[in-house]
Write a protein that binds this ligand. Structure first.
Ligand SMILES: CC(C)(COP(=O)(O)OP(=O)(O)OC[C@H]1O[C@@H](n2cnc3c(N)ncnc32)[C@H](O)[C@@H]1OP(=O)(O)O)[C@@H](O)C(=O)NCCC(=O)NCCS
Length: 156
């Protein structure tokens, strides 16, 4: 017989972000990742519509906890179209976060796998991301390798 823990894990499915996810704690989840001020319903709708126009070139995925109805994990991937390497494409993974109460259940790995599979299915030759030193081991477990270094210039 399976433990209740493994049953729970099987119930967590990755899907694309839906407009109703704002009321399921999506923004509060992002606030666990970085600075994310409150977003009004109108702002959320506008940004959601804008992203929808990008279709499969910009996907935000979530995991909803079926029992609580809350969004407990999320991440996004953006498909960059290039001229180099025969007009190739590169996937950029961003904003991967798992609710602090749901960490350690392989949900982060599920999200990263979903985003990576999407980039591959879109014809990308690689998928890349920036991460903190603390999350390095997590991404290594997801099959990533350290490469180069990150440079940034902030405007605010
Ligand atoms: C990093 C984060 C997404 C991991 O999510 P998670 O659901 O707890 O991770 P998983 O359960 O899928 O872990 C997958 C594997 O990575 C390991 N792992 C997860 N976080 C780790 C960490 N911080 N350090 C070392 N190993 C880690 C797990 O032990 C597991 O190993 P296993 O497959 O051998 O059992 C989550 O801790 C988080 O949201 N952190 C805050 C936001 C953040 O730092 N996001 C990353 C953006 S740079």
């Amino acid at each position: 017989m399976q433990s209740s823990n493994s049953n729970e894990v099987e119930n967590y499915q990755v899907r694309k972000l839906e407009i109703s996810d704002k009321s399921k704690g999506f923004i509060e989840l992002l606030q666990q990742l970085t600075v994310c001020n409150s977003v009004s319903d109108q702002q959320f709708r506008d940004r959601f519509q804008e992203l929808s126009l990008c279709g499969d070139d910009h996907v935000i995925c979530v995991i909803e906890d079926d029992h609580s109805g809350k969004i407990v994990a999320s991440g996004s991937v953006f498909i960059e179209k290039k001229f180099i390497r025969n007009c190739s494409k590169v996937g950029h993974i961003e904003d991967v976060v798992v609710d602090s109460n749901a960490r350690g259940l392989q949900l982060g790995k599920k999200v990263v796998t979903y985003l990576t599979d999407h980039a591959r299915s879109m014809g990308c030759y690689k998928v890349i991301l920036d991460c903190s030193v603390d999350s390095r081991e997590f991404y290594e477990k997801c099959g990533f390798k350290q490469k180069e270094l990150q440079m940034a210039k902030y405007f605010i």
